[in-house]
Design a protein around this ligand. Structure first.
Ligand code: SF4
Length: 255
């Protein structure tokens, strides 16, 4: 058999940037959102987010080149040295942590070895990456962004919604007991909200989820009480444990 003639030297394979992470900050505070609000939490904030929520309160972490570049080993050392006693969980947040999902997996493995729970705070925009990270995460939140969040342009919104529901399916199938969060403003569309709620409970039974949080927007088109009742009343028939919980940390002056 004639061997193929090699005309060109094969290009060296581009080295994958595994083992490094672009990190915005690490700090410990009181969790201010969701069903675990009030727990002492270490926040590992990764840089980079492809989304554009207009109420984003961590805009400094959105650019991919924000923060600093570290090896995973360096970050794990920082986590170990800064970990405070009685820390309930480590929250991988952003930015959007799934942008650097391989780094999240490595750090989550390390945190679990320390006997601490891992938590993924993602916008669920990439269900494939979400599925890869899920086995290393103890607590997960599935967030549904309403159209008025302006998270993506109108054309891309159906794809984002699809990904969020995919993430919910995967989390339920993996028995992760995710909790649901939806941020509402005074202008959020009630029918759009109801449609999402109906779809959520076609995928998940009440026993499959750890909570359903309606989070009022803060200092941006804040919902009045009657609007909050309307959102609450839409969830209650499906899930009487629904809660309206604002971002607690904003009220106690914590980050
Ligand atoms: S997903 Fe999070 S980090 Fe990204 S724009 Fe929205 S709020 Fe900001």
């Amino acid at each position: 058999m004639t061997r193929p003639v090699m005309l060109h030297k094969p290009k060296p394979r581009q080295k994958k940037s595994l083992g490094r992470v672009r990190l915005s900050e690490i700090f410990t505070s009181i969790e201010g959102e969701g069903v675990f609000a009030g727990t002492k939490t270490m926040f590992v904030r990764l840089s980079g987010c492809p989304l554009k929520c207009h109420w984003c309160d961590t805009a400094y972490a959105i650019p991919m080149d924000s923060g600093n570049d570290f090896s995973i080993r360096e970050v794990n050392e920082m986590i170990a040295s800064q970990l405070q006693p009685s820390t309930y969980k480590v929250n991988f947040t952003g930015g959007e942590p799934l942008v650097q999902h391989e780094a999240v997996i490595e750090m989550a493995k390390f945190v679990r070895q320390k006997g601490i729970k891992t938590y993924l705070e993602s916008a669920c925009h990439d269900s494939l990456r979400f599925a890869k990270v899920l086995p290393f995460i103890d607590i997960c939140k599935i967030e549904f962004k309403l159209r008025d969040s302006r998270v993506v342009d109108e054309k891309s919104y159906p794809a984002l919604l699809k990904s969020e529901f995919e993430c919910l399916k995967k989390a339920v199938a993996a028995s992760k007991k995710p909790f649901i969060k939806i941020v509402v403003t005074n202008s959020s569309d009630l029918q759009e909200f109801r449609d999402i709620v109906t779809r959520v409970f076609k995928i998940a039974e009440p026993k499959d989820i750890a909570g359903f949080i309606i989070q009022p927007s803060y200092q941006t088109d804040e919902p009045v009480l009657d609007r909050l009742f309307a959102f609450y009343d839409s969830v209650f028939p499906f899930y009487p444990q629904v809660r309206v919980i604002p971002q607690l940390h904003k009220f106690i002056g914590a980050r």
